[in-house]
Design a protein around this ligand. Structure first.
Ligand code: ADP
Length: 184
């Protein structure tokens, strides 16, 4: 059987069905999402303008030094509630190397959000390392709406744990969980 890419290279016509199957653009948005904030939501929704499918991938290992506030299962439940209306956004947990997970899911893009210059150095290193590990996987950096450029999950956790009102920074399902967890 001839491959579609061989057909393209040789200028042979590519059938409509196979071309559309090949064109499915999958993007992975990895992170700890402890918990998902309006900044994360903004980035995930922006992906829908160029990706057919967005996979929000919750890392099993903690990326911050402190003990996580929510378990991976709880973080996933909140993500699923928040994106319940978005059929093209799926939420799942993953363990191990991101490049392996991306290959498994047929994703060509890894999405990362950039807030300020302070994010850049770490993100730059990660993107370069991922390129070393998998040359086909492109890292795309998106910037959020200005209103969310200062927002991080760790700040939300900190402000909420000190009794501050974080209802402007997270969606209702997340706010309710935070209240329950911290006021228990
Ligand atoms: P945190 O939110 O604590 O920085 P995450 O691991 O959950 O940590 O972040 C996942 C990804 O989302 C990272 O690329 C991070 O830079 C990005 N991100 C987080 N908050 C925002 C925000 N407010 N605006 C844009 N990107 C963000």
């Amino acid at each position: 059987m001839r491959s579609r890419s061989a057909d393209r290279q040789k200028g042979r016509p590519v059938t409509r069905k196979s071309a559309s199957a090949e064109r499915t653009v999958v993007a992975i948005y990895p992170g700890s999402f402890d918990p998902v904030t309006l900044g994360h939501e903004d980035i995930a929704r922006r992906c829908l303008s160029f990706a057919d499918q967005v996979i929000i991938a919750v890392t099993q290992h903690a990326t911050h030094a402190k003990k996580p506030l929510f378990t991976v299962q709880e973080r996933l439940e909140m993500l699923r509630e928040v994106f319940a209306g978005e059929k093209r956004i799926a939420c799942t947990a993953f363990d191990g190397l991101l490049v392996d997970f991306a290959r498994e899911r047929g994703a060509r893009f890894v999405i990362r959000g950039l807030r300020a210059v302070s994010d850049f150095e770490y993100e730059f290193q990660m993107a370069q390392m991922n390129r070393e590990l998998s040359a086909d996987l492109e890292t795309l950096f998106l910037i959020p709406d200005l209103a969310f450029s200062f927002l991080s999950a760790s700040l939300v956790r900190e402000v909420a744990s000190l009794g501050g009102d974080v209802s402007r920074f997270v969606s209702q399902p997340v706010f309710r969980r935070l209240e329950k967890r911290l006021r228990a």
